[in-house]
Design a protein around this ligand. Structure first.
Ligand code: ADP
Length: 191
């Protein structure tokens, strides 16, 4: 089983990917997490990636492809969250898997209206401040949130069309538990 997860920022894809990976015994690969870990290396590449993430833009495709291909190397069962982020990445990923004699099982799209997702992110940020949590994602700053949605609409949303032959579209509104149930049901119907 090889799944990609996509959705807008604030769609809950990270939370759902973690649940699903556990339930289906899949290796969860999150490119966002991999990049955030690279930032901590304090190398030149790490700094460049950190600046890109903080600005809410996408890391360049060559770096993203390299990091992802390395992360899934040798894995038969995986769930990728955060990649592909644009059609160019989706195409090269298909070629890569095809060269390995395999392909994606499906592409799972968590569908949350952009206004709802944006609202969630803004709320998450203010709740973090209330609790005086030390860790704050720089890309959760209000101005950056708008840019991330812009990037999502222009670059990531076209994946809906690209994956139209193997997309599972799940309504991502509701509580995390409700959404997980919807995903499990949709996956069972797909299989
Ligand atoms: P989000 O909640 O915004 O979807 P992620 O954790 O998936 O967050 O990603 C955080 C950031 O990491 C993105 O805004 C982007 O800068 C970078 N990133 C993650 N995956 C990719 C990718 N496949 N291609 C380019 N940049 C990526």
């Amino acid at each position: 089983m090889k799944i990609v997860f996509f959705g807008s920022p604030g769609s809950g894809k990270g939370t759902q990917a973690t649940e699903l990976a556990t339930g289906y015994s899949l290796t969860h690969v999150s490119t966002g997490e991999l990049f955030r870990a690279k930032v901590l290396d304090h190398t030149r590449i790490g700094r460049r990636i950190g600046d890109t993430i903080a600005a809410g833009s996408l890391v360049d495709d060559i770096t993203a492809n390299y990091v992802l291909f390395k992360a899934i190397d040798g894995l038969n069962r995986f769930l990728v969250d955060g990649y592909p982020r644009n059609v160019a990445q989706a195409k090269i990923f298909d070629v890569h898997l095809d060269n390995l004699g395999t392909g994606l099982t499906c592409a799972l799209f968590i569908d949350v209206p952009v206004e709802v997702a944006e609202e969630r992110l803004i709320r998450r940020r203010s709740q973090r401040q209330d609790k005086v949590v030390n860790y704050k994602r720089a890309d959760d700053a209000p101005a950056v949130i708008h840019h991330r949605f812009d990037v999502y609409r222009k670059q990531t949303e076209p994946l809906i069309q690209y994956y139209s032959d193997r997309i599972i579209r799940v309504d991502g509104t509701g509580t995390p538990t409700q959404v997980t149930r919807k995903i499990v049901k949709a996956l069972q119907e797909w299989e």
